[in-house]
Design a protein around this ligand. Structure first.
Ligand SMILES: [Zn+2]
Length: 452
């Protein structure tokens, strides 16, 4: 009987999909992905010069072969440059939308140990349920496709708004940067699991309101898992038929300052949207900041191993450059102590590339709080770019934990009893013993062309 019902269900589903295929909305092709090939290059060739000339996105490394996504129009030029490659597109599944994803996947589904939206929601709900005295789940907004954007508040008396500094840890602005979801989530879990056994954690949780927003772009993440691994933006259907607004170019501070730090072209990977906060996902973050007192923030991205601070929109020091330098240097020192990995620090515009309308410029520009962008490992494309392995999650979280705790600690120390924000106080503290002039950053190394 059960078997018959299963067969009936399958037949209905087949008929239904045939109907949908015939009469559903016309498929839209994606300018960013329609002409891509997967090529394999020999690892032993010097790929650096090639990388300078062509946009290459690494998919994976397998033995001596490195697989890249590349636009078909560059293939001839790559050959002419003397590089030998093979086309391997058939090794990858081609979906109906001509997007590519590897055939092999881990036990946890296509996303392996990384969280899908559904897995993340379930994890956040269990944390809130397991620690009702320390955690509460908020929904400051919804995505375009109606998924909730969650903010897990961690504090003593999480149901009350106490006179304590708020520190926000954000991740998942960009769909393909899966590791950026894991790090804030694991920081939240760590605080809750160690509250009873670690006096330092207890003190911080008691004196601060910690906001964990691991996934700003849930629609994009799902698209990256199910359709196209290297998807970056949200899933806005733009007027020209292309998809996506770059959420980290959609914040209002100096939005659209120039066309280098963001693009007015909808098909661009760094399309800033039709106006500041045009997207519900960034609006959710604005809601969170408007309704709660946030005194410091880290927005996690990948990749590059960088600790960046404002300004991103133009390459000039802010009046808090010294404060930013000092906090970033301390955090980089703490990170390096864990696994020995070096995160360079610097002003965003000088260290990576110009960005306008990003989260950190907005949080600092409007709220005058220390706001950082941390670009997580790896350091470059040749080490994997956006594609971290499952075994990267734990060490990357562990090395970022002390820096996160440190920022909470500094926020608490500067805030205690005053009711003011971290920035002005720390600035005073720094001005008192200002010893050093602003040092020039060592020349920023070439970081690859892909937007992060
Ligand atoms: Zn990013």
């Amino acid at each position: 009987m059960k078997k018959v019902r299963t067969i009936q269900t399958i037949i209905i589903l087949i008929l239904l999909s045939a109907v949908l295929a015939g009469f559903g909305p016309a498929r839209i092709t994606y300018p960013e992905t329609e002409s891509l090939e997967v090529i394999a290059l020999d690892w032993r060739q010097d790929l650096r010069t090639l990388r300078l000339n062509f946009p290459l996105d690494p998919l994976l490394a397998d033995g001596l072969k490195v697989y890249f996504l590349v636009e078909r129009k560059y293939l001839a030029a790559i050959g002419e440059s003397g590089y030998s490659y093979t086309i391997e597109t058939s090794r990858f599944i081609q979906t109906g939308e001509k997007n590519l994803r590897p055939k092999a996947d881990g036990a946890g589904g296509l996303n392996g140990a990384y969280h899908s939206y559904r897995e993340l929601v379930s994890e956040l709900k269990s944390l809130a349920a397991a620690y009702p005295g320390l955690a509460r789940l908020f929904i400051p907004g919804k995505s375009l496709e109606n998924r909730n954007i969650y903010a897990l508040k961690i504090s003593d008396n999480p149901g009350l708004s106490e006179n304590e500094p708020g520190i926000a840890f954000l991740g998942g602005h960009h769909a393909r940067e899966w590791i950026s979801v894991e790090v804030p989530l694991l920081i939240g879990r760590y605080l809750l699991e160690n509250y009873n056994r670690d006096a330092r954690v207890r003190e911080l949780v008691n004196s601060a309101e910690i906001w964990i927003v691991p996934l700003v772009n849930p629609d994009g993440l799902e698209y990256s898992i199910l359709n196209y691994r290297l998807w970056r933006k949200n899933r806005r259907l733009n007027q020209d038929g292309s998809y996506g607004v770059d959420l980290n170019r959609n914040y209002s501070y100096q939005w659209g300052y120039d066309d280098i730090g963001s693009s007015p072209e909808p098909f661009s990977a760094v399309f800033r949207g039709t106006g500041p906060f045009s997207e519900p996902e960034t609006e959710a973050i604005r809601n969170l900041f408007q309704s709660h007192r946030i005194s410091a923030a880290i927005s996690y991205h990948s990749f590059s191993q960088l600790i960046l601070y404002p300004w991103g929109y133009f390459d000039q020091p802010s009046e808090d450059e010294l404060l930013f330098q000092s906090l970033a240097a301390d955090m980089a020192g703490l990170i390096a102590q864990v696994n020995g990995r070096v995160y360079q620090t610097g002003r965003a515009a000088a260290s990576l590339y110009l960005t306008n309308g990003d989260f950190a410029d907005w949080a600092f520009g409007f709220y005058r709080i220390p706001a950082f962008t941390i670009e997580l490992p790896p350091v470059d494309l040749l080490q994997g770019g956006f594609l971290n392995s499952e075994s990267d999650i734990e060490p990357i979280f562990l090395e970022n934990l002390p820096a996160a705790l440190y920022l909470i600690e500094r926020a608490v120390a500067s805030y205690a009893g005053t009711g003011t924000r971290l920035g002005p106080l720390l600035r005073k503290e720094l001005e008192k013993n200002r010893k050093s002039m602003i040092k020039d950053r060592p020349g920023a190394a070439f970081m690859g062309k892909e937007s992060r």
